[in-house]
Design a protein. Structure first.
Lengths: 290, 119
């Protein structure tokens, strides 16, 4: 940067900052002002300006830039604040230099523009990169979390396993479901698998197709699938769409499905004792003895 | 390479431990049917635990063997189909609808017994 401009900017830095703050005050932060205190805005703005001027003095300091952007991201300030702030800052700087040097030459004008751009743009780019990296990180973390949640497989007792499905099923997830289902069946040696679709909001042809495929695959590896949690509206859609689910048993609730599964594995639910009656019997007997 | 077919009381046990090619599969089909004829077996368990790949022709042959054996009065159960194999078969649209399956040899034998008793 031309040292002459640099000196001007440094000399008038206070004035620039003041103008910029006023400008920001007027336009940019109105929407966020209600949620953030004035002091905080003031403080962050000052830090921002100091950062920009420190670059002018001693070159870029990536560490402090990183720290600053991290702080802003954590505060949840919108990216627009940074970009708009940088734009108005740039125009104020250019104006100040032009006011101080009386020269209407076109080449001179362009030179000032270039210089200021070279100064301000790298900072802006760096900040935007930081922002988008941060977003990407969040998205990938959430993706992993979602995947972990998406295909639970619960072995409830010997030979019986339940897979509760919650949320919309797309092709990727259907694939994941099928893989997990088959591996889980082999691992837990389940004779019966209950697929619970209570939490699946919409069952269209595609979802039904995926479920049927999964059930068929389960049959091929030598286990049986029961589809449970069929709500009335789902039953209606399935019939209206002409989807054939007759190849494997379906039940309205997990409870009924579980009973069916017990039946298929030759088991039954038995009450251990009729406790109350027993206790009364004992009491009657003891009274008789006396 | 011929696939060994073992007789256990009324049942025939077959464990397929090589990758099936077309030739072997056809030979297996003939051998199994001959053996059923010889022994008068009423049940067959075909164990596919060590089979990693099944392509459409082999799947068709397996399905056919099951139908043929049932024509000769022997129930067939396929056991130990691997998840990956099952997924490929479903993707290929081969559902082997008339075939009974079980998780492993033990379950297969239990299933056969049940089926035969029901009859």
């Amino acid at each position: 940067m031309n040292p002459e401009y640099k000196d001007i900017l440094l000399d008038y830095s206070d004035e620039i900052i003041k103008k910029w703050m006023d400008d920001l005050e007027d336009n940019k932060l109105k929407e966020y002002k209600s949620t953030v205190s004035n002091e905080l805005i003031e403080q962050v703005n000052r830090e921002f300006v100091n950062l920009i001027f420190s670059k002018l003095k001693d070159g870029v300091n990536y560490e402090s830039l990183e720290q600053f952007s991290e702080r802003i991201v954590n505060l949840g300030w919108p990216l627009a604040y940074l970009t708009e702030g940088m734009q108005s800052f740039r125009s104020i700087c250019i104006r100040t230099i032009l006011e101080q040097i009386d020269n209407k030459d076109e080449a001179f004008f362009l030179e000032v523009m270039d210089d200021v751009n070279n100064w301000v743009d790298p900072i802006k780019n760096q900040l935007i990169n930081e922002y988008s990296n941060n977003w990407n990180n969040i998205i990938s973390l959430q993706k992993v979390a979602l995947q972990e949640l998406s295909v639970p497989l619960i072995p409830v007792m010997e030979g019986i396993t339940v897979m509760p499905l919650v949320g919309t099923i797309d092709t990727d997830r259907a694939k994941l479901i099928m893989e997990n289902l088959l591996d889980g069946v082999i691992k837990s040696r389940a004779e019966v698998v209950l697929i619970d679709i209570t939490g699946v909001p919409v069952v269209d042809t595609m979802v039904a197709h995926h479920i049927v495929q999964a059930a068929e695959a389960v049959r091929l590896i030598g286990s049986t699938c029961i589809l449970v949690g069929i709500r009335p509206e789902i039953a209606q859609t399935i019939v209206n769409l002409g989807i054939d689910l007759s190849r494997f048993p379906t039940k309205s609730s997990l409870k009924k499905g579980f009973e069916k599964a017990l039946e298929m594995t030759n088991r039954d639910i038995v009450n251990v004792k009729e406790k109350d009656a027993d206790i009364i019997d004992d009491m009657v007997q003891s009274i008789d003895k006396e | 390479m011929r696939i060994p077919i073992l007789k256990l009381q009324n049942y025939l046990l077959v464990s397929i431990q090589v990758e099936l090619d077309d030739q072997t599969a056809i030979e297996f089909q003939e051998d199994l049917l001959n053996k059923i004829h010889e022994t008068g077996a009423t049940g067959v368990v075909v164990d596919l635990t060590s089979v990693e790949i099944i392509e459409s022709f082999i799947a068709k042959v397996l399905g056919d063997v099951v139908s043929m054996a049932e024509l000769m009065g022997a129930k067939v159960v396929l056991t130990g189909i691997q998840p990956a194999v099952s997924m490929t078969l479903i993707d290929l649209g081969i559902h082997l609808k008339n075939v009974k399956t079980a998780l492993d040899l033990e379950q297969g034998l239990i299933k056969l017994k049940q089926e035969l008793e029901e009859k």
